[in-house]
Design a binder for this molecule. Sequence first.
Ligand code: NDP
Length: 336
Amino acid sequence: NKQVVLKNYVTGYPKESDMQIITSSIKLKIPEGTQNAVLLKNLYFSCDPYMQGRMTKLDTPSFAPSFQPGDGYGVVKILDSTHPNYKKGDLARGFTGWEEYTLAVDPQALIKIEQTDLPLSYYTGILGMPGVTAYAGFYELCSPKKGEYFYVLAASGAVGQIVGQLAKLLGCYAVGSAGSKEKVDLLKNNFRFDETFNYKEEPDLDAALKRYFPEGIDIYFENVGGKMLDAVLLNMRIRGRIAVCGMISQNNQEKPEGVHNLASVIGKRIRMEGFLADDFYQLYPKFLETVIPYIKQGKIVSVEDVAEGLESGPTSLVGLFFGRNVGKQLLVVYRE
Ligand code: NDP
C-alpha cells in the first residue's frame, strides 16, 4: 500500500521534501469481527490549499485539526464493507488516506455518490468541496443581483472558475484575474468572463481595477488577500459585499502583510464576511440539483489539472502555492 506521508512540519512554503512516499503491506480484507468498517480503494485525490495549514505545527488553534499523515479528500470505491450503509462497489467522496487503500472504521466523513453519469473526478472539484464553497460563498454571502459588477482572483482555479461561471449565469458583469497567459486565456474562452487580466503584468493594481471597473465593484470573492485586497477595497462600491473564502497569498507568510485600506468598509458600508465550506454542507443536495443540469447543458464547464499517481502528490500539492496548477488540481490513483 503506497502512501504519501508528512516528513517534516512545514514552515513557510511547503516543499516536496516535506513529504515522502512509503510502501507498507495491507490485507485487502476487513479484519474478522470488525464492525461498521469499509475498505476503500482510493481513486482520486483533491489537492487543496488548506492542506498546507494542516501540515504546519501551530501554536494557536486552527479551524482544521493538525495533519494526520496520509490525510486527504478524495473519491473512493468500496472494496469490502461491514457497514450497514455501504456495500461492495459503492462510490463515495470525503476524507480518506493519501494512499492506495484505506481501512476506515465508522467512516463519518464519507458521503455516497449517487449520480455516477458524470466524471468521478468532478467530485473532487466542481461537484465537491470547491464547488459547494463557490456556490455557498456566492449565493449565501454575496446577495448577488443581475447586472452587478463582480470580481474574483485565482479565477482559473478550483473555486474561482466555478464562482465566475455562477456570476455570469446570474447576469453579473464578471472580471477574473489569474497569474499567466494560459490561465487568462481559459478565463475568456472556457469560463466566459467579460474581462480578464494577468495581475502579474499590472504594476499598479488600483489603476488596473479602475480600468476594468470604472463604476466600482459590487461583489468581490476573496481568494488571495494581501495587496489585491487593499486595491479592491479602494474600488468597492457603496454597500458592496466581500465573501472572504481564502487568502492564499498569506498562507505561507510568517508575518502576514497588513491591510491598509480597511477603513473603506465604514464609509462604503461594505459587508465583508468569512466562511468555511463546512458551514454549508446542508446546501449540498440543492447545490447538486442546481449545478448538475448546468454541467449537462454545457452552461458550466470544469477544467482540471490531472496528475497521475500517488508519486505526483507532493509536487501537485506544492504547485498550488506557486500557481503551477491550471484548473482544479487533482491526483488520479486508480480510474475505477
Ligand atoms: P486554486 O485552484 O485557485 O489554486 C491556487 C491558486 O492560487 C494558484 O494556482 C494561483 O493562481 C493562486 N495563488 C497561489 N499563490 C498565490 C499568491 N501568493 N498570490 C496570489 N495568488 C496566488 O485553489 P482553490 O480554488 O482550491 O482555492 C482558492 C482559495 O479558496 C484559497 O485561498 C483557498 O484557501 C480558499 N478555499 C477556502 C475554502 C473555505 O471553506 N473557506 C474552501 C476551498 C478553498 P494564479 O496563478 O492565478 O495566481
